[in-house]
Design a protein around this ligand. Structure first.
Ligand SMILES: [Zn+2]
Length: 202
């Protein structure tokens, strides 16, 4: 996996590249609701193609690769922390019921299952996605937060939980931030994001 695009030195909060301190200026100024982000790779060729093949072509065998890449990155990140600073459950970012039916699978769940197995952290599914709005990929970055506002409901018990939210790609982080807010409002102690790839700003 050496040839795949990596981020290098990254902000612990949002996983964007930083040159100096561990948390970037943007996160210090406007802290996101999630407490950390682990991103295995940069969303660039060929990682973008591989992840698109899972999502749009249903190439689920590639989810094994994606899950392994993420599990390795998570393992490295958790090794740097104290043992009590560790999520106690993994939650895949859900699709809406309509999109799940249309696609037949949720790529985030396919990846999360593998990370759960590798990390021995239980998988849970307390989140429900109400509507999808427009696909985030179709929108300019500035509209993405509005598009996902109140998109999630919490149906399970998350009081006191330390949650790792898993998705394939973090682009602006708007969807993961909205899901994090919903979980925190429902009583989760903290939420962090684990993603296979992070889109770097243009
Ligand atoms: Zn940051």
């Amino acid at each position: 996996m050496r040839a795949l695009p990596r981020i290098g030195c990254a902000c612990t909060r949002c996983a964007l590249p930083v040159s100096g301190p561990a948390v970037c200026g943007a996160c210090l100024k406007h802290p996101p609701p999630f407490s950390a982000t682990v991103a295995a790779l940069a969303y660039a060729f060929p990682v973008d193609r591989l992840l698109q093949r899972i999502k749009y072509e249903g190439r689920l065998a590639l989810a094994e690769w994606a899950g392994t890449a993420l599990a390795l990155a998570v393992d490295g990140a958790l090794a740097l922390r104290s043992p009590d600073d560790r999520p106690d459950r993994i939650v895949a970012l859900p699709l809406s019921a309509a999109r799940q039916r249309e696609r037949g699978f949720n790529q985030a769940r396919e990846i999360a299952v593998r990370v759960s197995r590798a990390s021995a952290i239980a998988l849970d599914a307390p989140l429900e996605r109400m509507g999808e709005g427009l696909p985030q990929a179709a929108l300019p970055w500035v509209q993405r937060r509005v598009n996902v506002k109140d998109a999630f409901a919490v149906r399970g018990e998350v009081t006191g939980a330390r949650i790792a939210l898993v998705d394939d790609v973090m682009t602006t982080g708007a969807t993961l931030a909205e899901a994090s807010r919903a979980l925190l409002r429902a009583g989760a102690v903290c939420v962090e994001c684990w993603v296979v790839a992070r889109t770097l700003p243009p």
